[in-house]
Ligand binder design. Sequence first.
Ligand code: GAL
Length: 669
Amino acid sequence: MRNWHGEGIWYGADYNPEQWPEQTWAEDIDLMRRAGVNLVSVGIFSWALLEPAPGRYVFDWLDRAIDLLHDGGIGVDLATATASPPPWLAHRHPETLPRRADGTVLWPGGRQAYCPSSPVFRGHSLALVEAVARRYARHPAVVLWHVSNELGCHNVHCYCDVSAESFRGWLRERYGDLDSLNAAWGTAFWSQRYHDWAEINPPRTAPTFANPTQQLDFLRFSSDEQRAQLRAERELLNRLVPQPVTTNFMIGTGIKYLDYHSWAADVDVVANDHYLTAADPQPQVNLALAADHTRGVAGGAPWLLMEHSTSAVNWQPRNVAKTPGQMRRNSLAHVARGADGVLFFQWRASRAGAEKFHSALVPHAGPDTKVFREVCRLGADLRALAEVRGSRVDADVAILFDYEAWWGAELDSHPSVDVTYTDRLSALHAALWRAGITADVVHPSADLSRYRLVLAPTLYLVRDADAAALRRFVEGGGTAVVTYFSGIVDEHDHIRLGGYPGAFRDLLGVRVEEFFPLRDGETVHLDDGARADVWTEWLHAEGAEVLAAYTDGPLPGVPALTRHAVGAGAAWYVGTRLDDDATDRLVARLLTETGVRPPVGAPAGVEVVRRRSADRSWLFVVNHTGRPVRLAVSGVELLGGTRCDGELEVPAGEVAVVREQPAPVPATA
Ligand code: GAL
């Protein structure tokens, strides 16, 4: 891994000078300096300007822009510029256009209109990467390379003939022979047996439900195809340039089809884009989940927030602006959770194009604005936090997350459309957030030994090795919690027979003989006072202690919540969809049982996260409430807060960061 760290926290934005007359550039640099910007992503959507005709490259404008940035002391995260091909590519090679499952062609005119499996696209894109890399490899402004942009954001699934051929190649690699494929896909069902590789296609629009394993493999293949572009560009860059390489992931906010856990090793630094959902009344909780997941993908290492927004976006139905102070809380919450860089989309709000109503660091109204003043304040804040760079986030709790389990759990023809993969993940994470506990969101194959509590929400598809690892974690003294519709199938989406939740039945000491999903809006109650909906199941405790049973609904008297002592630890099972109050109570019990505590007691709505280096630790306190709060924190204040009767007072809506003295001993030490 090449080092991507600078002297402090990176701060900046996508910078698109090509959208502006050159007279604006000098003002841009002045304003960037005023704001404390030290890194900008350049050239992301510049292919059509850099290569106006195949093989003819025009770099003079980019030379001037990068030189200007360098003179201003601003680093460059240089794009390979392959994110969106120029119109000439599709015009000359219409076969590079992607197709939907029903055959609809996706035409140029927006962005990312290419088939990810197209060798023609690959060839042209790599030629561009080589030209850009050769030109700027030694430029002193370049500190990082940015492959493409949000790979697979709009074109992750292509069903064209080129993709079909590539899918067949991928399947040959995976299965070797047709018998293995037929067995894995369960093609004895519905007369689906394949006798020739040429008979196999992507799961194109069919009269009814397509084969689930075919669907699952196509999703795996599609994620791998996008990763193949990343790998191809990175390999070339590694040969031609000395700087580190990244690309921006889209972890959180519902992006489902790219298996970032499997991509992490292909970048020198994990970078993520995160946008708030305007309709979400508490977007800071989802932000925390996205950040905790990004850190999990990065293996706990610091990461880069490559994009977020200073205020409103343009692509939601109602694009709500950020209230005063909200951007700062958002940015610093990302830093609290491991980001060593805070970048935005984009520097200057566009005057033309589909994103002209998207906020920026410099709004249409110019620098004399709330947004730009907050941008300058944030720049100063991040400078004050330089010493935090490189430190890690304390977490005693892990939540298991597997993109393949997500894909599998939400395939069609399942017991209930109301069972969605991220539902319990969000609910449990939010309950932890309310309790002041930071969790790492990690892949089931991650090393669990450093955690005290591991949650497995809706882990529908699980590999034998990962189920065994969870068992070892519990035997060794850990506490695990598994929620309904987990452990159901193997990696081929074949049911694990003998009773649900197959892979976890022994660990949990329960056996489910039948699912009893609830009707839309139907609720049930448990004898511990909990309310639940969506899901119930006919469960037998076989070794587990019953903590709560249904009092009504289709299964009165049947256990809903159990705990099984295993080795030195315990495994809990939640067989229904508890409401938020009941989830809070469950989490409180788990925290008591495991001794996991927040870094410091804080009132509701106040987020406290600890980062730690070898010999120091820092507490980030984000006050999301509308009133000042006081916390028992002592140390050196790097940011915000005032001392009041020996306590740290953090004003309404503000953020404080304190270097703790003395640094507390890690809980797991
Ligand atoms: C991202 C993308 C940016 C910009 C931004 C708007 O998905 O990478 O180029 O479109 O969204 O929010």
